[in-house]
Design a protein around this ligand. Structure first.
Ligand code: NAD
Length: 767
C-alpha cells in the first residue's frame, strides 16, 4: 500500500514536527487539534521554527490545519493516521474509537506515545484496527533526529506494518528500529539510564557541571551538551516525568531504580522555576551583568550560580574512549563508571528486550546522537579487557559471557561480509535495510587501504566498485592530511575503481579548513606555508573535479567554508536533506581560496539570469559570499547555486552512500571529463557598485571598518582583479587570485583578531 495522505492528530511539539516532515516529503498532511485555532497556531510555529522544521517555505502549503470537532472526516481517505496528543490514556482511547469508525479499511494507525505500552493502548480495540495499529516513536526535533522506533506486537499484520517501516525509512528519511513492546522501547531505556548514571556519578564524585560535561561529551563520542547541558535542553521537569514513568513501568529488580529516583536538587530546581533552557535556566543559565550576557553554572552543593568557566582537562579533541578510560584520575573513573554501567545495562536487555544489540547501538546513535553505540564501544574496549576491568563482585550479563565463550568478539568477518553475535544463533550476517551501504559496517569488516591522522580510504563494493574517502578530524576540519588523502584516492582510483565517494559518518561533513593552522602560521608570519597549503588544496580539488571518473560527495550536517569547496568541486553531490551548505569565510575576515570563489562564479555563469545580463555575475557572487550565505537544505541550496541540476537530495542519512553508488554506476560508462572553465570578468568597472553596497552596509552598521576591507578584497577577486572583460581568465588564474587575496587579508591584524575570536568563542567578531 502506498502512503499518500496522512492525518496527524495533536499539533503540539511532536505532532507539528511529524506533520512538517511529512510535508517535507512532499505529501499532503492534515494537522488536527482540539480547535482550529490551536492547529493554525501550530502551523505558524512550524513556519517560524529555528532550526527550521521545513526544508523550504513552500512545503508549508502541504499542511492543512483542522479541528477534531469539524474535520475528522478527512480521515476517511487517509492512508496513515498518527496520534500525537497529550500523554493521557483516556484521551488517546477516545480518539482511537473515533478513528476506527472513520478510517478506510487497511489504513495504518499509530501513536507517538513515549511511555504507554502498546498492549495498554490496544486494549478493547477492534481486531481489524489492532492489526494495523503500532507505536511510531519519533524524537524531537523530528526533522533533525534520525531515530524512529516502531513498536509492534504479535497482533500486528506484519506485511501491512512493513509499509510503515519502508515509508519511515525511504520517504521520511528515518533510521527505523523495530522494537518490542517494553518500557521506554530501546532509545530512552538505555539513553535515559546512561543520563541518570552520568548525573548521579557526577554527584558522587563531586565533579562540577562543567567537568562532568567535558568528560561525558566529545571525548566519549557524545554531543557536547554532556549530561547537565542535555538536562537543560530537554527540560528538567520533562525529565522528572520520564523518570516517574520508568519507575512505574519497570520491574522492581531493574537497575534503573538505583539511578532513577528524583533527587532533592532536581525537585528544588523545578520548584524554583529552573526547568532548563525554556525556563529561567537550570544547571546553566544566562545572566545579565552590566548589559553583557554571562553564562553561569550551578554549584549543586550550595545551590548558587557562578560564571561558567571552560575547563581544560587535557581530554582528546575527537572521540577516544580508551584514552579517557585509561586515565588514572577522577575523570577516567567517571568515564569508566558511566560506560561500564551503560554497557552492563544494555547487555542485560538481551535477548528479552531485543535479540539484536545493533538495534540498541542504532537507537543511541540516532536518538541521542552518540557517535558510537554502547556495544560498538564495548567492541573497542574488547570483551576480555572489559571483563578484566570489572570489580570481582560485579555480575557479568549472560550475553557477554556467551560472546566470551565463542569468539570473544561482537563482530567477525566471514567471506568478506560482516557478521554479528546473536544470542540464539551465534554469528549471523549483518542485515541492513535493502540497499543501504553502511560505512560503519565497512569499517568493522575491513581495513582502510590508506589512512593518515585525518582521513582514510575504504574500498567499497555496491553496484559499482569505488573508493570512499572519510575525514575523521574534530568537526572534520580540513588540513594537509585530508588533502593528501584526496590526492591518494585520485591516484589509486585511476584505473582500478569506478569512482570516488567522499562521505563520513560524523555529525558534520566538514566545518571547513582548520583555523588553528591558519592562525598559527599567520601570527608567525609564515605566509609561504599558507600559500603552499592553499595551492595543494586547490590542485587536489581541481584534479578531482576534472578526473576521468565520477567523484560523488555526500554532505550531511555542515559542509561550509573549505567543506563546501570540497563538495563543490566534485562531479555530483548527493546531499542529505538536513545539510547546511555555504561559504562563510568572510566571517573570519577571509575569502574562500580553495576554489570556492572560482566555483561560485562558474556555477552562476550558467544561470539564466546571468546569461541575460553577464555583468551581474560578479555582483551576485559578491553578495552571496560577502554575506556568508548558507542554505540549510538542499532545496534552498539549489536556489543559491550551491547545488546544481546534476546534484540530488537524499532524505535518509543512511542512504547517502547507496545513492552515491547509484550515481557512479549510472555515470561511469561514457563518463565525460568536465572541461576546464574560462571566465570573462568585468575588472575594476564593477568595483564602484560593490563599494556602494559596502558603504551602505557600513552606514547601517551591518559591517565595520574591517568589513569594508574584506568586502573590497572580495570584490577585487570576484571582478577578476586587474582584468578587462575582453580578457579570458582560466581556472588557474582565478585560483591564483584567490590565494593572493587570501594572503593579503590574513596578513592583516583585524583578520587575525577575527580568527582568534572565533576560535575562542565559536562566534564572529565585529570589527
Ligand atoms: P504537547 O503537549 O506539545 O502537545 C499535545 C497536543 O495535544 C496539544 O496541541 C493539545 O492541544 C493536544 N490535545 C490535547 N487533548 C487533545 C484531544 N483530546 N484531541 C486532540 N488533541 C488534543 O505534547 P508533545 O510533546 O507533542 O507529545 C505528544 C505525544 O508525543 C505524547 O504522547 C508524548 O508522550 C509523545 N512524545 C513526546 C516527545 C517530546 O520530546 N515532546 C518525544 C517523543 C514522544
Amino acid at each position: 500500500m502506498k502512503i499518500s495522505k496522512v492525518v496527524v492528530i495533536g499539533s503540539g511539539t511532536m505532532g507539528s514536527g511529524i506533520a512538517a516532515q511529512v510535508a517535507n516529503a512532499g505529501l499532503q498532511v492534515h494537522l488536527l487539534d482540539l480547535t482550529i485555532e490551536i492547529a493554525t497556531n501550530a502551523c505558524e510555529r512550524i513556519k517560524k521554527s529555528r532550526p527550521p522544521l521545513l526544508m523550504e517555505e513552500d512545503n508549508f502549503n502541504h499542511i492543512i490545519p483542522g479541528s477534531i470537532e469539524n474535520d475528522m472526516e478527512t480521515l476517511k481517505d487517509a492512508d496513515w493516521v498518527v496520534e500525537a496528543v497529550v500523554e493521557r490514556i483516556d484521551i488517546k482511547k477516545t480518539l482511537y474509537s473515533q478513528i476506527d469508525s472513520l478510517r478506510k479499511p487497511g489504513a495504518l494507525v499509530s501513536s507517538n506515545t513515549s511511555s504507554i505500552p502498546l498492549k495498554v493502548l490496544t486494549e478493547g480495540m477492534s481486531k481489524e484496527m489492532k492489526e494495523v495499529f503500532c507505536i511510531t516513536h519519533f524524537f524531537n526535533p523530528v526533522r533533525y533526529m534520525r531515530l524512529l522506533e516502531l513498536v509492534i506486537g504479535p497482533q500486528n499484520n506484519k506485511e501491512k506494518i512493513n509499509n510503515l517501516v519502508t515509508f519511515g525509512d525511504k520517504i521520511l528519511g528515518k533510521t527505523v528500529v523495530v522494537c518490542n513492546d517494553s518500557p521506554g522501547f530501546l532509545g530512552n531505556r538505555v539513553g535515559v539510564y546512561a543520563m541518570q548514571v552520568a548525573m548521579t556519578e557526577a554527584f558522587n564524585l563531586g565533579l562540577s557541571v562543567e567537568e562532568a560535561d567535558a568528560v561525558f561529551g566529545r571525548p566519549l563520542g557524545i554531543p557536547k551538551t554532556g549530561i547537565f547541558g542535555l538536562y537543560d535542553l530537554i527540560g528538567i521537569d520533562l525529565m522528572a516525568d520520564v523518570l516517574k514513568s520508568f519507575i512505574k513501568e519497570l520491574p522492581s529488580n531493574d537497575p534503573f531504580h538505583k539511578v532513577g529516583k528524583e533527587l532533592p536538587i532536581i525537585k528544588q530546581l523545578i520548584a524554583d522555576g529552573y526547568t532548563g533552557r525554556k525556563g529561567k535556566g537550570g544547571f546553566f543559565r544566562m545572566n545579565k551583568s552590566s548589559d553583557k550576557k554571562v553564562l553561569e553554572s550551578l554549584n549543586y552543593n550550595s545551590n548558587t550560580y557562578h560564571e561558567s568557566k571552560k575547563v581544560d582537562l587535557q581530554l582528546p579533541d575527537v572521540m577516544d574512549v580508551m584514552q579517557v578510560l585509561n586515565r588514572k584520575d577522577v575523570y577516567g573513573q567517571y568515564a569508566w563508571s558511566i560506560m561500564k554501567k551503560t554497557i552492563l545495562y544494555a547487555s542485560s536487555l538481551i535477548p528479552d528486550v531485543t535479540e539484536n544489540f545493533n538495534d540498541i547501538d542504532d537507537a543511541m546513535k540516532c536518538g541521542f546522537n552518540w557517535s558510537k553505540g554502547p556495544f560498538e564501544i564495548l567492541n573497542e574496549i574488547g570483551i576480555g579487557n572489559f571483563i578484566s576491568m570489572l570489580n570481582q563482585d560485579e555480575a557479568i550479563p549472560s550475553f557477554i559471557k556467551k560472546i566470551q565463550d565463542q569468539e570473544n568478539s561482537l563482530f567477525r568477518t566471514s567471506h568478506d561480509s560482516l557478521e554479528y553475535f546473536h544470542p540464539k544463533h551465534s554469528y549471523v550476517p549483518m542485515q541492513r535495510p535493502d540497499g543501504v551501504i553502511s560505512l560503519s559496517d565497512i569499517k568493522k569488516s575491513s581495513k582502510p587501504i590508506y589512512t593518515n591522522l585525518s582521513a582514510s580510504i575504504w574500498e567499497v563494493s555496491g553496484k559499482s566498485r569505488f573508493l570512499c574517502v572519510e575525514f575523521h578530524t574534530k568537526a572534520n576540519v580540513l588540513d594537509g592530511f585530508t588533502n593528501d588523502c584526496l590526492i591518494k584516492a585520485h591516484d589509486l582510483c585511476s584505473d582500478r575503481y569506478d569512482g570516488i565517494v567522499i562521505a563520513n559518518d560524523a555529525m558534520q561533513f566538514s566545518a571547513g579548513v582548520n583555523l588553528n593552522f591558519f592562525y598559527e602560521k599567520a601570527v608567525n608570519k609564515q605566509f609561504k606555508d599558507i600559500d603552499l597549503f592553499l595551492n595543494n588544496f586547490q590542485q587536489s580539488l581541481y584534479q578531482l573535479q576534472h578526473a576521468k571518473f565520477p567523484v560523488v560527495s555526500c554532505p550531511s550536517g555542515l559542509a561550509i567554508g573549505g567543506g563546501y569547496e570540497v563538495i563543490s568541486q566534485t562531479s555530483f553531490i548527493a546531499a542529505h536533506s538536513n545539510s547546511v551548505l555555504g561559504l562563510v569565510e568572510s566571517l573570519v575576515g577571509l575569502i574562500p581560496a580553495g576554489g570556492g570563489c572560482k566555483e561560485m562564479l562558474r556555477r552562476w555563469s550558467n544561470h539564466h539570469e546571468i546569461k541575460k545580463d553577464p555583468k551581474l555575475l560578479s555582483l551576485k557572487v559578491f553578495n552571496l559570499i560577502g554575506y556568508a550565505t548558507t542554505a540549510d537544505s538542499p532545496i534552498k541550496a539549489k536556489a543559491q547555486q550551491f547545488l546544481g541540476e546534476q546534484d540530488i537530495m537524499v532524505m535518509s542519512r543512511d542512504r547517502l552512500i547507496e545513492e552515491a553508488d547509484n550515481l557512479i554506476f549510472s555515470k561511469r560508462e561514457n563518463y565525460q571529463i568536465l572541461e576546464s572553465a574560462s571566465f570573462s570578468l568585468p575588472g575594476s568597472t564593477i568595483m564602484s557598485e560593490m563599494m556602494d553596497i559596502l558603504d551602505e552596509l557600513k552606514d547601517k552598521k551591518v559591517i565595520g571598518e574591517h568589513g569594508i576591507e574584506v568586502g573590497k578584497k572580495l570584490g577585487y577577486m570576484l571582478s577578476g582583479g586587474n582584468t578587462m572583460p575582453s580578457t579570458i581568465l582560466t581556472e588557474q588564474n582565478l585560483y591564483d587570485l584567490e590565494r593572493e587575496t587570501f594572503i593579503d587579508l590574513i596578513k592583516q591584524k583585524p583578520t587575525q583578531e577575527r580568527i582568534r575570536h572565533t576560535l575562542d568563542t565559536g562566534k564572529p567578531l565585529f570589527n
